[in-house]
Design a protein around this ligand. Sequence first.
Ligand SMILES: [Zn+2]
Length: 360
Amino acid sequence: MRRSSNHLADGREIIYFDDTETAPRAAEDTRDLPEQAPRSEIRRDPLTGEWVGMAAHRQTRIYKPPADLCPLCPTSPGRPTEIPESSYDVVVFENRFPSFAQGVPALPSTVDGMPMVEQAGGLGRCEVVCFTSDHESSFGGLSPARVRTVVDAWADRTSTLSALPGVEQVFCFENRGEEIGVTLHHPHGQIYGYPFVTPRTERMLATARDYHAEHGRHVLGDVLAAERAAEIRVIGSTEHWTAFVPAAARWPVEVLLVPHRQVPDIPALSDAERDDFGRLYLDVLGRLDGLYDKPLPYIAAWHQAPVRVGREHSWLHLQVFSVLRTADKLKYLAGSESGMAVWVNDATPEQIAERLRASG
Ligand SMILES: [Zn+2]
């Protein structure tokens, strides 16, 4: 893998990750772009203690441009895009309309002087990761070698963002499909460096801490061993990873990919674990698309340890899930889910696993 970095016309950083040794990526961005002045902020909900991000400047972002105006395709003569090079393997750049960024203005520590409502600048970083220069491809269509380059890029960005001022947790994810609000069809994901530990992670760390105090082991390690023994919810496994439908799945389609060794984050994965991940993940993605015989809209979310706290109670894993409950019906987050955070799943995890094993 070869890594090279440059800057876009408005000063944002762009980093190329190539599968093999290539000439240095040095093409200049010829566009005339206005300097970005992100004004995002965070406020803490005084009733739940959870932080909420506010990014009003995002309202001007591009909405579903036609394919010949895709900003994630490589630049061609007379048609400059976000990527100045005429080709690339994997490329990462700072989001032009970030929810969190470096250099956001400082704010008073409370909202309108209300001492119970804390606020701060949305200090962090948001990046876009393009998995391939092929507009019509998908993550599931990548070669194993390319998936390895993507994993290396995620590892590089997790380490780099973790070292930035204000960043407390790094989240690598992919949203795929119009059904979940994807505005650009080019195969890509995102990376958020949050200025706080996310509510989901806080909750999982507390559970892991309690479980460890009682049993002396990690809860996900015990779940993994039990799922592998039971087999009924297992979709596939390799030497270093197992994919299974969680026993209390919330979504109509949901799979966890878990490494057999407890590691806090992607940078901690060995070479063999990184290669092995691609083999299993490509198989799982093939099964997801086979489920309804069409590309499945999904969210793929990497659960990584926070930067500074709870690392000993973290166990890296990838959660892939879909909002599609039949070929043409969406699961909406309605009253119970949105109001009370209580999920009701129409399918049992055992049924989901059976269908995924038969698919692909
Ligand atoms: Zn494109």
